[in-house]
Write a protein that binds this ligand. Structure first.
Ligand code: COA
Length: 332
């Protein structure tokens, strides 16, 4: 087999819409309390996009922030892979809309639908194209406007989700000591019944009835999702560490999908990882679906918890069910 090109994340940009929805705001909207939300989920506030702001808009801002922190010519982008479950429309893909808005003349791209694993699946897909040696610059984006499918009368759901986006640039790693090392992933479609949006697709196209029956909102069996996420987050992280002859002690930074603080801490405990190596920002942003992982990478950089050469473990579980973990050495 020909030697694969090592691939690095060379830049990162994120975007959170400015409007903030606090637990105090939610207390006025549904029968809930700040104490309940903090103790059960760990969220204090989340950012919400204004009406008319779509996933492509958040994605474009994230890419602009990426370019601001790491100037390069966007025209060099070979491929855009975008994870989302809240595309602007059923079609065209949000990747196409982002390409057009950014004016990247000669590229291609597509969306990845993998729920809260969307960014991780998009990342692993993008990595393959650079790894194979033919692509030099791939934009991987996770962007979700969860507020567009959230029922703000459903207290078990509306407290969880927020809106946000993040983008990374993948490039060949000249320095073989940094970059993506490995990934594992698994889908288990039996989980589709626990977290889904029934309306708007080919099964239940939009009608007055689908609207009346609230079929265009997130439907969630929280307990089943929680149990699966705790089990699978542990399984995926343990699997990738064992596959690479590593243990939790070898990891410098653990970046998990931010769905519930209790899921993240349970995984960290199981891996024997001290909490100072675990990135937590769910309190500020909630669950932004495909946005959480790049946004958590940004938090890690800002908090000085991520530096060149660090062994980073990334993991996600999401609707589908989808799950995965990626191991990489941070490149800058
Ligand atoms: N405020 C106050 N009470 C609430 C509430 C809220 N926002 N939401 C639910 N409750 C109530 C329930 O109605 C229930 O009341 P009951 O005992 O009188 O029936 C009680 O709290 C316990 O509900 P339960 O669903 O058992 O709570 P939980 O501890 O499982 O927490 C979730 C609920 C949704 C926070 C939790 O299950 C979870 O985080 N699941 C995973 C969701 C997720 O991560 N989704 C994205 C996947 S990537």
């Amino acid at each position: 087999m020909t030697q694969l090109q090592r691939v690095k994340i060379s830049a990162l940009g994120t975007y959170l819409p400015p409007r903030v929805l606090t637990n105090a705001d939610l207390e006025k909207m549904v029968d809930t309390t700040n104490e309940w939300i903090m103790s059960r989920v760990g969220i204090r506030e989340r950012h919400i996009a204004d009406k008319g702001v779509a996933a492509s808009d958040l994605a474009v801002e994230a890419v602009k922030n990426l370019v601001a922190s790491h100037p390069f010519d966007l025209q060099e982008v070979d491929l855009i892979v975008l994870g989302t479950v809240t595309p602007d429309m059923m079609y065209p893909s949000t990747a196409c809309l982002v390409q057009h808005k950014l004016g990247i003349a000669n590229t291609w791209g597509f969306d990845v639908s993998a729920g809260c694993s969307g960014f991780l699946y998009a990342l692993n897909t993008g990595v393959k194209f650079v790894e194979a040696g033919r692509y030099k610059k791939v934009l991987v984006i996770g962007s979700d406007v969860n507020s567009s499918m959230t029922d703000y009368t459903d207290r078990a759901v509306c407290i969880i989700f927020g809106d946000g986006a993040g983008a990374v640039l993948l490039e060949p790693a000249e320095d073989g000591d940094v970059g993506v090392i490995d990934h594992v992933a698994q889908i288990e479609g039996v989980g589709g019944q626990f977290l889904y949006m029934p309306g708007g697709g080919s099964l239940n196209p939009a009608t007055h009835e689908t609207v009346d029956q609230k079929m265009h909102y997130i439907h969630q069996d929280g307990k089943s999702v929680f149990k699966y996420a705790v089990k699978k987050m542990a399984e995926m992280t343990e699997r990738i560490l064992a596959k690479n002859n590593l243990t939790g002690k070898d990891v410098d930074c653990f970046i998990a999908h931010q769905a519930n603080l209790r899921i993240i801490t349970a995984t960290a405990e199981r891996l024997g990882m001290p909490m100072e190596k675990v990135i937590i920002n769910i309190d500020r942003y909630g669950n932004t679906t495909a946005g959480t992982i790049p946004i958590a990478m940004q938090t890690a950089l800002e908090e000085g918890k991520l530096k060149k050469g660090d062994m980073v473990l990334v993991a996600a579980v999401g609707a589908g069910f989808t799950s995965g973990a990626t191991l990489l050495r941070w490149a800058y």
